[in-house]
Design a protein around this ligand. Structure first.
Ligand code: ATP
Ligand code: MG
Length: 877
């Protein structure tokens, strides 16, 4: 029976028992922040078990993609994979132990034909109920083993959740594999293999580890597909089943090593095959390599595979080939593999190449470190050394630990953690957030004004009373047309610059006049001061006015502000949650977002980030703003800016529904109500702004519209100039540039020829200064190259003499001076001569005795300057 047949039989069997077949959920658990990756079949059903959601049927069956980080170190053995498929049947408050046990037994004996003598059962210590049911269907008492909490009590997946006792079915490979007379199914030796676990979820465990009985009892079972295939195909390991043979063969083909000949290389090949498969599934489901969370798990196994590949003699990236094999062999079961083939191969390629660049040097360093450690009394690799390997060469600490253990060495993982903490500290120290508070002309607090009520979160317009009018630094009763004024109101919808968001602009209108507000500032953090100009009539102290913010500008700002939150979340998703906001500037036209990040952001990562943000926009998620105690906000996972001072009660901004939020931040800014209002998000720039700090600039909404319009119109103009359709611009530009460079070459050749010819005619202008032949003339050439060439020709013809050539290009005079060696011997110096000549046109020059050059400023003084030459020569000889 093939693995495919086993999967199908299982699901069919339980369909016959009234179960509804449910598709596997992705490896990234949906809406469960307590869990890194899907580790069991029940994960996607958790809300049904807890009663939060209603299942489509009380009986469900699935084949679930699982990943277990805890088993990474065991991979290569015969019991554990990181990625595996878990078959499972589930009862949501429907049947319980009796049926679960009876059906499991029926499936294993009748459908899989596993001989009864090969099977053992474990149950939880005092679970006599299960004992009774197993006995009832014919299992002998000596084949039922009672185990403790560690083996037979199923804790919750994640920190909280349903839990209960369990009962397992184990396969016995035979006494020849036994570790001794005390060997039992719970033993870790090679004799027994657990294939199926039946969990009887009766309790709910909360964060304090307290268990309360569930309103309805549930069944949650998990049968390992690969383990069961191993048993029914009569093999000893996964790697000999049809599920793995093609992948192992691929590795064998890539490395040129035969599988099954040498335990050391066999194990390395198993690790490469397993991790290659797991990596393919992880990336397919949206995990991207990073330094934290799931991304780190992926990075860790990908690099572990790369490293073991090295030991097998592979010195180039190869995992993509393994992935291709996985996709072709498993794509019919998991079509998402085929769908995401190209991006997956790309991510693998990029990550592997990146690691490959430092791998050899890193390995050398590791060997060196290991040698040194061997000589030490404690035989320990220090935290600093592990950190260096991690930080500079990308060696996951776990990998270093594993290699150390192979060499009989210890590692100081605590020391490593301390180094990591220090690095985080350094990053934190680098983000100081600046709260913009601009100076006002008046000491407002001393005027005894009350704190301004800010109503701008809900409204962009309000009625208010003028509490203070300041013109020229003095409080006034009125301000009239043309005057610059500072206004304080009792309440205002105007947002004053804070947290990177720029101020609102707008209008304050009284009965007899209007003020155009151009700036709004905080005075002492309590009073909001509006600055503007009276554009019409007059405004009076104490009068009722209407204050109105420029709404469309405010909306543009809000779009950009909400987009910074989406960007922040996407950055952390793609680059890892070590990325922190360091500052931002949110304006109506564009925004910039500064963040801490050691490594440059790759092009693909940037594209991914942009895609995630736009996906969030299209989902049109609600953006909810809520005030709550700071401690509550932080305990609910809100991101707060480091170094920012917050009051006891803070305003929070959440994007998405409370349990499935994609962003949750402490923020005082103004935001839109639904992400769809942003329209579109486009990154326009990314780069470093100092050590460990990077900046992204982006536009949204109307900004994008404008950008697209500009780009299109530029493109169209270019196309028009080039007289081609826009689609052909690229190829046309390439051919024009090619033509241009050919023409340039031709021009240079022509000019050289010309200069040779004109040299002859210039010779007639040689004059004699005290017996020294001097030629100081202007020539019509357009670059220094041609001028030099002309000089060379003239010098050869003249034999002995002083030559100064001048030519104008780019509207400026240029000079070249030459003195033949015989005259240099007499004290003449080309560098000195050209220096003085160039100076005469307002420029400068210099050089060696035989050759000098210079550039001037005023081309009108050129002839005058050339006349100097004869004089200078005369003075010297
Ligand atoms: P073990 O103690 O052998 O690690 P487990 O108690 O962790 O197993 P469960 O959590 O009960 O296993 O998972 C249910 C079933 O999934 C197991 O009976 C087994 O068939 C399969 N399984 C669990 N972990 C792995 C793994 N790392 N690789 C392959 N199959 C696994
Ligand atoms: Mg386990």
């Amino acid at each position: 029976m093939t693995g495919d047949e086993l999967r199908e039989k299982y699901l069919m069997f339980f369909e016959q028992k009234g179960h509804k077949r449910i598709e596997s959920s992705p490896l990234i658990p949906h809406g469960d922040p307590t869990l890194l990756l899907t580790s069991a079949g029940m994960v996607q059903f958790k809300p049904y078990f807890t009663g939060e959601a209603v299942p489509p049927s009380p009986r469900l069956a699935s084949c679930q993609k699982c990943f277990r980080t805890t088993d990474i170190g065991s991979v290569g053995n015969f019991k554990h994979l990181t990625f595996f498929e878990m078959l499972g049947n589930f009862s949501i408050g429907d049947y319980f132990k009796k049926e679960a046990i009876a059906w499991a037994w029926e499936f294993v004996l009748d459908w899989l034909k596993i001989p009864k003598e090969k099977l053992w059962i474990t149950i939880f210590l005092d679970d006599d109920e299960s004992f009774g049911y197993w006995r009832e269907i014919g299992v002998s008492a000596e084949r039922i083993v009672r185990c403790g909490e560690k083996d037979n009590f199923w804790g919750p997946a994640g920190e909280t959740g349903p839990c209960g006792p369990c009962s397992e079915i184990h396969y016995d490979f035979g006494e020849q594999f036994s570790c001794g007379p005390d060997c039992s199914p719970s033993c870790g030796c090679g004799r027994f293999l657990e294939i199926w676990n039946l969990v009887f979820t009766e309790y709910y465990q909360d964060a304090q580890k307290k268990r309360t009985p569930l309103p309805r009892k549930n069944i949650d079972t998990g049968m390992g597909l690969e383990r069961t295939a191993t048993v029914i195909q009569g093999k000893r390991s996964f790697y000999d089943t049809d599920l793995f043979v093609p992948i192992v063969q691929k590795v064998s083909q890539l490395t040129g090593q035969k599988y099954g000949e040498n335990e050391k290389t066999d194990k390395a090949m198993r690790i490469v095959a397993e991790h290659g498969r797991a990596v393919t599934f992880l990336i397919t489901d949206g995990v991207i390599p990073s330094n934290e969370g799931r991304g780190y798990v992926l990075r860790r196994i990908l690099r572990r595979a790369a490293l073991f590949g090295r030991t097998l003699g592979l010195d180039k990236p190869f995992l993509g080939e393994v992935a291709k094999e996985v996709i072709s062999k498993m794509g019919h079961v998991y079509p998402e593999l085929v769908k995401n083939r190209e991006p997956v191969l790309k991510v693998i390629g990029t990550e592997e190449t990146r690691f490959d660049e430092t791998l050899s040097t890193g390995l050398n360093l590791l060997n060196q470190i290991a040698e040194q450690a061997k000589g030490r009394a404690d035989k320990k690799i220090s935290g600093e050394e592990i950190f260096k390997l991690y930080d500079t060469y990308g060696f996951p600490a776990e990998l270093t630990a594993e290699m150390a253990a192979d060499n009989g060495l210890l590692v100081d993982l605590e020391g490593f953690e301390a180094e990591m903490e220090q690095q985080r500290e350094r990053a934190r120290a680098a983000h100081k957030f600046v709260l913009g508070e601009k100076a006002t002309a008046v000491d407002y607090p001393s005027l005894g004004l009350p704190a301004t009520e800010f109503v701008g979160y809900k409204r962009t317009r309000c009625k208010a009373k003028v509490l203070s009018l300041v013109v020229d630094g003095k409080t006034q009763e009125a301000a009239s047309e043309g005057q610059q004024v500072e206004v304080v109101l009792d309440s205002t919808p105007f947002y004053a610059e804070m947290g990177g968001q720029v101020t609102d602009t707008g209008e304050i209108a009284g009965k007899q006049g209007k003020i155009a507000v151009g700036d709004v500032v905080w005075a002492n953090g309590e009073i909001i001061v509006h600055r503007g100009k009276v554009v019409d009539g007059a405004v009076f102290l104490g009068e009722k006015v209407s204050a109105e913010v420029n709404q469309s500008r405010r909306l543009d700002i809000a779009r950009n502000h909400t987009a910074t939150h989406l960007l922040h979340a996407a950055l952390r998703q793609v680059l890892g949650s070590h990325v922190h906001q360091a500052g931002s500037l949110v304006t109506p036209d564009r925004f910039r977002f500064d963040f801490t990040c050691e490594a440059p952001v790759l092009k693909e990562e940037l594209a991914q980030i942009q895609m995630i943000v736009n996906e969030g926009i299209r989902r049109n998620l609600p953006v909810t703003k809520k005030e709550m105690p700071y401690t509550q906000a932080v305990s609910e996972g809100a991101i707060a800016l480091f170094g920012e001072k917050y009051g006891d009660v803070v305003r929070t901004v959440r994007v998405g529904q409370a349990k499935a939020q994609i962003s949750f931040e402490v923020c005082g800014g103004t935001h839109i109500d639904r992400t769809g209002d942003i329209g579109f998000f486009q990154i326009v720039g990314e780069g470093s702004i100092g050590s460990g700090m990077r900046r992204i600039e982006a536009v949204t909404g109307k900004g994008v519209e404008k950008l697209i319009e500009e780009r299109f119109s530029t493109l169209e103009k270019i196309a028009h100039e080039l007289q081609v359709p826009t689609a052909d611009v690229e190829s046309k530009v390439a051919s024009v540039l090619e033509e241009l460079s050919a023409e340039r070459k031709r021009a240079v050749t022509l000019e050289r020829q010309l200069s040779k010819e004109s040299a002859d005619s210039l010779l007639s202008q040689v004059e004699s200064v005290r017996g020294v032949p001097v030629l100081a003339v202007s020539a019509s050439v357009s670059n220094m190259d041609a001028l030099r060439h002309m000089g060379d020709v003239l010098r050869e013809k003249i034999g002995s003499g002083v030559i100064v050539l001048a030519a104008v290009w780019d509207d400026k005079p240029n000079f070249l001076a030459m003195v033949t060696p015989d005259l240099v011997a007499k004290g003449l110096n080309a560098g000195d001569i050209v220096k003085k000549v160039a100076q005469a046109t307002g420029g400068s020059g210099g050089g060696r005795p035989q050759l000098g050059q210079g550039g001037g400023k005023d081309k009108d003084k050129l002839e005058q300057a050339l006349k100097l030459v004869a004089q200078l020569v005369g003075e010297k000889v």
